[in-house]
Design a protein around this ligand. Structure first.
Ligand SMILES: Cc1cc2nc3c(=O)[nH]c(=O)nc-3n(C[C@H](O)[C@H](O)[C@H](O)COP(=O)(O)O)c2cc1C
Length: 169
């Protein structure tokens, strides 16, 4: 079965997460393609989907939202996993607990009738140069730190879970 690991990124860190997930699925014996979602026009070729996006303003980027909306019918009967790449790992102190609260908010920005097996919110990379001035001020007020917060162990173990489910079916 071919698995599409599809992503939307603004600054590249989500592509890194997608490539790592695909590598994990590949190690388990699955065939994968890693592709940006705005170039996928042959979704029918895939038997399973791991779809993700960078999070901006608590929502997926447009190319990822459009892919899901345009392919809802096709995705329906096929196994789908969702991942979001945001900045929960960048928060500190009392703001840290806001991180996990974001995951359900992000999913609510997707079509309500999208069925999926699991959704994970991973931490990505956050740099001052990526944020407008207002965003940098808000980020500092939330006790944010800049850096690369990708948790490769968590990403690898989720890939192994997905592979386990797909290989059982
Ligand atoms: C304009 C902007 C808005 C963002 N808004 C959010 C947000 O609402 N929630 C969040 O968790 N992360 C937010 N982030 C952080 C990004 O999701 C994070 O840096 C992620 O790693 C970006 O992925 P990318 O490198 O693939 O673009 C924002 C980043 C930018 C640049």
């Amino acid at each position: 079965m071919y698995v599409l690991v599809g992503y939307a990124t603004a600054h590249g860190s989500t592509r890194g997460v997608a490539e790592r997930l695909a590598a994990g699925l590949g190690r388990a014996g699955l065939q994968t393609d890693v592709r940006p979602l705005d170039v996928v026009d042959d979704a029918d070729a895939y038997g399973a989907f791991v779809l993700g996006s960078a999070v901006h303003n608590q929502s997926w980027l447009d190319p990822a939202k459009e892919f899901v909306s345009d392919n809802l019918e096709l995705l329906g009967p096929r196994p789908v996993w969702l991942f979001s790449v945001g900045m929960p790992g960048a928060l500190r102190g009392p703001w840290k607990r806001l991180g996990p609260m974001e995951a359900p908010v992000v999913v609510r920005s997707l079509p309500a009738d999208l069925s999926y097996r699991d959704h994970r919110l991973f931490s990505g990379v956050i740099r001052a140069s990526q944020l407008p001035l207002g965003g940098r001020i808000r980020f500092r007020l939330l006790g944010g730190r800049y850096g690369d917060f990708r948790d490769w162990d968590a990403i690898d173990s989720w890939a192994a879970e997905i592979a386990g489910e797909l290989l059982r079916t």
